[in-house]
Design a protein around this ligand. Structure first.
Ligand SMILES: Cc1cc2nc3c(=O)[nH]c(=O)nc-3n(C[C@H](O)[C@H](O)[C@H](O)COP(=O)(O)OP(=O)(O)OC[C@H]3O[C@@H](n4cnc5c(N)ncnc54)[C@H](O)[C@@H]3O)c2cc1C
Length: 177
């Protein structure tokens, strides 16, 4: 650990999102992980009376009413983990929303950028490291990491405990690249 403490474990699960390939590289493994960076702006809840999520497919963004406010989000940017956010992308989506929703109160928004850790075939990496069967990878869920997290957790549990996996883990094996 950064503070010098050492933890010993029978197994280690490497699930560090967009940074996972860098940690895997320390084990000598090259995995083609890239980040699809996404942006949003969360406006105060009274910005507009939106009751259902609005999806602007041709414009690549969605407007979602949340308990915390009205979120305008989308975009895919191949920008890695080191570059600073380019909030011009959030502003462009906000400006489009103003055009679609005349009267939108566009002030007071909180801008955000996040990472979608993605592989070229849009499938996650779930399985054992080449360097050691005690190291398991669980990353690269792209646009669907929140949705797929529980299933991945269960698959990792099955791999660690040696139980029959509920689904075939072969499509997710780390050595497929
Ligand atoms: C704009 C946007 C919208 C999205 N919408 C959806 C959606 O609607 N539905 C959906 O399912 N998914 C969605 N996603 C995708 C989802 O957010 C990701 O797939 C998910 O967060 C990936 O989870 P993770 O745990 O692998 O990585 P992360 O959530 O990124 O977590 C990785 C963690 O590892 C930590 N870490 C990194 N390096 C180290 C280290 N060396 N030591 C210790 N810790 C480390 C990081 O600090 C981080 O906390 C969206 C993503 C974005 C950007």
């Amino acid at each position: 650990m950064e503070d010098g403490r050492i933890h010993r474990a029978d197994h280690v699960v490497l699930a560090a999102g967009a940074w996972s390939h860098r940690l895997a590289a320390t084990l000598g493994e090259r995995l083609p992980l890239e980040t699809e960076r996404g942006y949003n702006t969360t406006l105060p809840a009274d910005a507009f009376d939106v009751r259902l999520q609005l999806v602007f497919v041709d414009h690549g963004f969605v407007v979602t009413p949340l308990s915390t406010g009205l979120r305008i989000g989308g975009a895919v940017e191949l920008g890695g983990v080191d570059r600073p956010p380019n909030y011009a992308r959030s502003k462009a989506m906000l400006e489009k929303t103003r055009r679609f929703l005349p009267g939108l109160k566009a002030a007071g928004g909180v801008e955000w950028m996040g990472y979608r850790p993605s592989l070229p075939d849009s499938l996650p990496v779930i399985g054992r490291a080449k360097a050691s069967p005690r190291v398991l990878y669980a990353f690269g869920h792209g646009h669907l990491g929140l949705t797929q997290a529980a299933a991945t957790g269960r698959l990792i549990r099955d791999l660690v405990s040696g139980e029959a996996a509920a689904i075939d883990p072969a499509p997710y094996r780390p050595d497929r690249f």
